[in-house]
Write a protein that binds this ligand. Structure first.
Ligand code: NAD
Ligand code: MG
Length: 341
C-alpha cells in the first residue's frame, strides 16, 4: 500500500474479543473488511450473522492491504507459518494487537511486509461500545518493519478506524508494548487485583464475618473506586471517600503493598524481560494446558464466586448492562492439536 488517502482492504483473522470489535468499527469507519476463519470454527456463525464475508484464512488474506492477526497469541505462530506467510500479498501490512510473538521471536515476518502493532488498551467489547457512543479507548501503536515507507500511516489509519482517538494514540515499540502489557495484566490488573480481592474476602470470612458482607466490601465496591481512578485518578478518589477511609488508606495501604510486594513485582517484570514467562506459557500451551486449566478452575470454584452469583441475581441493573468484556467460547484454551487452521 502506498496511498496515504485510500483506505486499504483489511482482512481480520480471528473473530473473538478484539477481532469482532475491530471488524465492526473498521466497517463503520468505511473500510472494506473480510474475516478469515477456519470453516466450522466457533465464531464463524457470529461473523456471518454480523454481515461479514467470511473466508478460510488462506483465501481471506490474499488480496488484503492489511492483515490483522487477532487469534489467540498461542495459535499465531503456526497460523502465520502455515497459512498467512504463503498467501499474504507481497508488500502487504501485517498487523498485531499484541507484540508477544514478534518480540519473543515466535514469528519472524517475511522480509517484504510492513509489520505494525495497534493495541487498544481495553477489552474488545469496550472497544466496540466506546466507538458506538462516539468515544474510543486509548491505543498504542508501533512499527516493527517498514518496507513501504508508509507503515506508520497504515497503523494510524487502522488505529483511527477502530476508534483509537489520535490524540490518545501513543507510539511505542513491540518490546515496550509486550513487556508492559504482560506486567500490567500479571501484577496489577488481572493477577494482582484478583488475588487482592480473594485474600481480602477470605480474611474477613475466616474471621467470622458474613460472606455476603465481605463480598460487598472486597469485590463489589472495587468498581466504585476504579471508576473514580478512571475519571480523575487517585485525586478523584480522595475527593469522594470519607476522611476516615483516606486516613485508613494512607496508613494501612503500605501494610499490603510493602517492600516484599515491590520485590515480587520486580520479579514478575524480570521474568517477562528475560523470557522466563514466555517460555513457560508456550511450553504449557504446547503440553495441552493441563496446569492452566486446573488453576483457572480453582478461580472459578473459589467460594467468592458462588456468593457473588447469588448476590448479583438481585442486582437488577446488571441485567440491562453489557458485559465489559463479552467473550465467545473459550477458543484460546483449545489445545494446539485442534487449532490447526
Ligand atoms: P479470542 O480468544 O477472543 O479470539 C480468538 C479468535 O480466533 C476466535 O474467532 C477463534 O475462533 C479464532 N481462532 C482460533 N484459532 C484459530 C486459527 N487457528 N485460525 C483462525 N482463527 C482461529 O482472542 P482475543 O482475546 O481477541 O486476542 C486476540 C489478540 O488480541 C491477541 O494477540 C491478544 O493478545 C490481543 N489483545 C487482546 C485483548 C483482549 O482484551 N482480549 C486486548 C488487547 C490485545
Ligand atoms: Mg494482554
Amino acid at each position: 500500500m502506498t496511498s496515504t488517502t485510500a483506505k486499504p482492504k483489511v482482512t481480520i483473522v480471528g473473530y473473538g474479543s478484539q477481532g469482532r470489535a475491530h471488524a465492526l468499527n473498521l466497517r463503520d469507519s468505511g473500510f472494506d473488511v473480510t474475516i478469515g476463519l477456519r470453516p466450522g470454527g466457533p465464531t464463524e456463525i457470529k461473523a456471518r450473522a454480523d454481515g461479514f464475508t467470511v473466508k478460510a484464512p488462506a483465501e481471506a488474506v490474499k488480496d488484503a492491504g492489511i492483515v490483522a492477526i487477532l487469534t489467540p497469541d498461542m495459535v499465531q505462530p503456526q497460523l502465520y507459518g502455515e497459512v498467512i506467510e504463503p498467501n499474504i500479498a507481497a508488500g502487504a501490512c501485517l498487523l498485531f494487537a499484541h507484540g508477544f510473538n514478534v518480540h519473543y521471536q515466535q514469528i519472524a515476518p517475511r522480509d517484504d511486509l510492513d509489520v505494525v502493532l495497534v493495541a487498544p488498551k481495553g477489552p474488545g467489547a469496550l472497544v466496540r461500545r466506546e466507538y458506538e457512543i462516539g468515544r474510543g479507548v486509548p491505543a498504542v501503536y508501533a512499527v516493527h518493519q517498514d518496507r513501504s515507507g508508509n507503515a506508520e500511516q497504515l497503523a494510524l489509519a487502522y488505529c483511527a478506524g477502530i476508534g483509537g482517538a489520535r490524540q490518545n494514540a501513543i507510539r511505542t515499540t513491540f518490546k515496550e508494548e509486550t513487556e508492559t502489557d504482560l506486567f500490567g495484566e500479571q501484577a496489577v490488573l488481572c493477577g494482582g487485583a484478583t488475588k487482592l480481592v480473594q485474600a481480602g474476602w477470605e480474611t474477613l470470612v475466616e474471621a467470622g464475618y458474613q460472606p455476603e458482607v465481605a463480598y460487598y466490601e472486597c469485590l463489589h465496591e472495587l468498581k466504585l473506586i476504579v471508576d473514580l481512578f478512571y475519571e480523575g485518578g487517585i485525586t478523584r478518589m480522595h475527593e469522594f471517600i470519607s476522611e476516615t477511609a483516606q486516613y485508613g488508606a494512607l496508613t494501612r495501604g503500605n501494610y499490603i503493598v510493602d517492600e516484599h510486594t515491590r520485590a515480587q513485582m520486580r520479579k514478575v517484570l524480570q521474568e517477562i524481560q528475560d523470557g522466563t514467562f514466555a517460555r513457560q506459557w508456550i511450553a504449557e500451551y504446547a503440553a495441552g494446558n493441563a496446569n492452566y486449566r486446573a488453576m483457572k478452575q480453582a478461580d472459578l470454584e473459589h467460594p467468592v464466586e458462588a456468593i457473588g452469583k447469588k448476590l448479583r441475581a438481585n442486582m437488577k441493573w446488571l441485567a440491562s448492562s453489557q458485559p465489559a468484556a463479552a467473550k465467545p467460547a473459550a477458543a484460546s484454551e483449545t489445545p494446539p492439536q485442534s487449532e490447526a487452521a
